[in-house]
Design a protein around this ligand. Structure first.
Ligand code: FES
Length: 302
């Protein structure tokens, strides 16, 4: 955990503010484009936000928060109650959406999905790559950082206003790409689904804010053996591995509880997991807020 002071709260679009968090105890942990942090709010909610400032600035983190009308308390709190000068704890940055090296990039953002792509576009340009941002929104005033991006990157930034132009034609964008181009896309589920239908899977990198709709066989109970402590925890069909482990007294960090943030990652030692997350768990890991067991039991490093 890192302690920060909320230096500024600034409107950057309709319904969206940016927060500038200054390290309260010296430089903040380094990060790379695509990373996010968990922000612990004074009402004890923890929310994940992509870092959208300058990775070279070790003194501050910048994030942007859109006021979600269906807020479960996070963005509502930020927009209504969060004052400059507050002390806020943030996690170390995590990155499940890293920028891979390529000679050409197409970045596709929808609304608040622009946040991880802001530093990515700068990094791609600084690396000498050919880079284009297609930024989709219903109006310019609803699109965070649109002016900042156009000022910094000029014609590399193409604003696509759906109220005027309808949906973007991803098939045409795909046809115009060079053979080694990578596509990074972040936005609403409908946009990610359209991108997945148009761009080759091996070149498309996406990040979801909400879990994709998926279907699994009905939950079954199973046991989790904790190799280091020698304990066994029973997971009922009605609870998650995360909740079962927390009830048993293990301290497991968690954030989204939907399989999109990665904060509840645990190390697997044995058994066959059923991965239900939207991140893509690396080998030997699982996100225990949503993932379960395919085998009769699992062994984890706890
Ligand atoms: S708590 Fe976010 S992936 Fe599990």
């Amino acid at each position: 955990m890192q302690r920060t002071i909320l230096q500024t709260v600034e409107p950057v679009a309709e319904d969206t503010v940016s927060l500038l968090l200054r390290g309260a105890e010296g430089p903040l942990a380094p990060w790379e484009p695509g990373a996010h942090i968990d922000l612990t709010l004074p009402n004890w909610l923890t929310r994940q936000y992509s870092l959208c400032g300058d990775p070279a600035d070790r003194n501050t983190y910048r994030v942007a928060v859109r006021h979600d009308r269906l807020s479960r308390g996070g963005s509502e709190y930020v927009h209504r109650f969060l004052d400059e000068g507050r002390t806020l704890d943030v996690s170390l940055p995590r990155n499940h959406f890293p920028l891979r090296s390529a000679p050409e990039y197409l970045f596709v953002a929808g609304g608040i999905g622009i946040t991880p792509l802001v530093p990515m576009l700068t990094a791609a340009v600084d690396a000498g790559a050919s880079a284009t941002l297609v930024y989709v929104g219903r109006s310019v005033t609803a699109m965070p950082f649109a002016d900042e991006l156009r000022a910094a990157h000029g014609s590399r930034v193409r604003l696509h206003i759906t109220g005027r132009h309808g949906r973007p034609d991803f098939t045409a964008e795909a046809a115009a790409l060079g053979p080694r181009a990578r596509v990074y896309c972040c936005g609403p589920a409908s946009m990610l689904d359209a991108a997945a239908a148009a761009f080759p899977a091996q070149r498309l990198h996406t990040e979801r804010f909400r879990p994709a709709a998926k279907e699994f066989a009905p939950n079954k109970p199973f046991d989790v053996h904790c190799a280091r402590s020698g304990r066994t925890v029973q997971v009922s069909a009605q609870e998650s591995v995360l909740d079962a482990l927390l009830h048993a007294g293990f301290r497991i960090p968690s954030g989204c509880r939907e399989g999109v943030c990665g904060s509840c990652e645990i190390t697997l030692v044995g058994g066959e997991p059923e991965h239900r997350d939207d991140i893509g768990a690396p080998p030997g890991r699982m996100y225990c807020c949503v993932s379960r067991a395919r085998s009769r039991d699992l062994t984890v490093d706890l």
